[in-house]
Design a protein around this ligand. Structure first.
Ligand code: ZN
Length: 535
């Protein structure tokens, strides 16, 4: 999702007291772990006049372990009304937003079963989408309904019943949405069919690839459509755009950035991960979100973040923040997905970093460095990037800009841009369509770079301390050391002494080097995200 705007700050304040409901939502409970998701068919009717959703989700799953109780999540005020397996209605124990269904039929390990979950009600209305999400019930300029879902963090169960945990992605999904006949629904994947009724239409979208729950979306409006075919690393990619009819001309101009984005990101990260499902940009009545293969857009057809440059360098106005950032998530969030919300820096750190790689591709290395370094002013160092595990808790908002600057620092340590690019591509290949942990990403990067990055990640992901280089110069002698570091942190840094570039290898105790001449100038390479303190 986009980093939180100034106006929405406070919505994501830290939570320290976790409840039983947080554990039910955020952990892999025994009632979740025994079954593996195969397929969802979400089949619903959306009535914008009444702000009402009703319908069912048919879930296909494989039994992994012996168990007879299934946890399905659905958030109040929606009602889970009925669960049916083999024509038999099942008993349900409701526990807040978690619903425990007693299965009658013996669940045989390795077999595939189907269960129908029926529900209805007025879902939570989004307060400030996408950060405090739910359903946005809005109107366009012509008075038509303009409706969209957004639910990262909050969870997909705010609008449909599912196994609402990141670890288990459904393998494929059909999304059928019945809407008033003057409107269209755009969801993920490809439009499979449209059924016409007297006053309504049902749009069915099919997603061929694994998808995370919060990536699933409905967007209902008076849409116009245009499209193009992009020749990419995976062959012909359909790129489709759905925008409000009044914005068609503006969109045709602004969305020229979409194939540019695709070119830069396929270069850096490898093949777009969802060719079979196409790529779409879909206009919505909020800022935007990384919905898989249907990235949602509400940035007002302006460059920057709602017209602003978050880096303060001017480079942020060279691109439309929502097109670039949210589409960057197709690689980091949708292709490589965190297993636990605590590891959400994997989504936001890499994707924020992708903004400067987009600049790097079109404007060069200096521009990209200016940009990512410029965004450092947004870092708070209030709490660590990693949140609390097992309770659906995200880390600090620093996962965006500190995450990006951490990766920019890592690029310097590798000292080989082509190697770095192959590592970024390797991540997307080796973790293709997978859910992962921070530890897996750390191990992968240590392995592929050949550098033990244990302390590097402990420092930047698990503390709020910025490593500080303390130094003193006495004639031709330089002494230096690290402070504000975790145990054994010994990251080397590039410096210029009297204009000559060299590496320093600081540790927690003082090191010393002597130069032939008196040291008249000493500079630390600005690419390293550290503090410097001259004694
Ligand atoms: Zn994001």
């Amino acid at each position: 999702m986009p980093c939180v705007s100034i106006s929405a700050q406070g919505l994501l304040s830290e939570k320290n007291n976790f409840t039983r409901q947080d554990t039910l939502r955020g952990s892999i409970t025994p009632e979740r772990s025994w079954w593996d998701l195969n397929y969802y068919h979400l089949d619903i009717k959306v009535d914008p006049d009444k702000k009402f959703i009703s319908g069912k989700n048919t879930i296909q799953y494989t039994v992994l372990k012996d168990h007879s109780v299934m946890q399905i999540d659905l958030q109040a005020p929606l009602n889970l009304t009925k669960a049916i397996q083999n024509d038999k209605e099942l008993k349900i124990k409701h526990d807040g937003n978690a619903h425990f269904i007693n299965l009658i039929e013996k669940q045989k390990i390795g077999d595939i079963y189907t269960i129908e979950i029926h529900y209805q009600g007025n879902p939570k209305e989004a307060v400030r989408a996408p950060w405090d999400g739910g359903i946005s019930w809005k109107k366009d300029q012509n008075g038509n309904h303009f409706v969209a879902s957004s639910c990262q963090g909050l969870g997909a169960s705010v609008w449909w019943p599912c196994k609402d945990h990141m670890y288990d992605e459904v393998d494929s999904m059909l999304i059928s949405v019945n809407v008033p006949k003057n409107l269209m629904n755009v969801s993920n994947g490809r439009l499979r069919r449209v059924e016409q009724y007297t006053d309504t239409k049902t749009y069915s979208w099919f997603v061929k690839n694994p998808i995370n729950n919060y990536g699933v979306n409905i967007n209902i409006g008076d849409y116009a459509n245009f499209s193009e075919v992009y020749n990419g690393l995976g062959g012909h990619l359909d790129m489709d755009y759905y925008v409000l009819k009044d914005n068609l001309e503006k969109a045709k101009e602004q969305f020229k950035q979409a194939p540019k984005m695709m070119k830069a990101f396929e270069h850096w990260f490898g093949q777009y991960p969802f060719y079979a499902d196409s790529f779409k940009l879909v206009e919505v009545p909020y800022l935007g979100m990384e919905h898989q293969s249907s990235v949602t857009y509400g940035n007002g057809y302006k460059n920057g973040y709602l017209g602003n440059d978050l880096s303060g360098t001017g480079w942020g106005l060279k691109f439309d923040f929502i097109i670039i950032h949210e589409a960057g998530h197709e690689w980091f969030a949708n292709n490589i997905t965190n297993k636990d919300a605590a590891d959400m820096w994997i989504h936001e750190g890499f994707t924020t970093y992708s903004e400067n790689l987009f600049l790097d591709y079109y404007y060069g290395k200096k521009a990209s460095a200016d940009y990512v370094i410029g965004t450092r002013k947004n870092i708070q160092n209030d709490r660590p990037l990693i949140g609390h595990y097992g309770v659906n808790s995200e880390g600090s908002g620093d996962m965006y800009y500190k995450g990006a600057n951490m990766l920019h620092t890592l690029r310097q340590l590798i000292e080989d841009d082509e190697k770095w690019r192959q590592i970024l591509r390797g991540l997307n290949k080796d973790f293709f369509h997978q859910t992962v942990t921070t530890q897996q990403i750390e191990n992968y990067l240590s392995d592929k770079t050949g550098i033990d990055l244990t302390e590097f990640f402990n420092q930047y992901l698990r503390t709020t301390k910025i490593p500080t280089l303390e130094y003193a110069i006495d004639k031709n002698e330089l002494k230096y050391r690290w402070t504000h570091i975790v145990d054994k942190f010994d990251m080397p840094i590039q410096v210029r002494i009297n204009g000559n570039e060299q590496w320093l290898f600081p540790k927690s105790d003082w090191q010393k080097i002597t130069s032939e001449l008196n040291i008249v100038s000493f500079e630390v390479d600005r690419d390293f995200y550290i503090d410097v303190n001259k004694l």
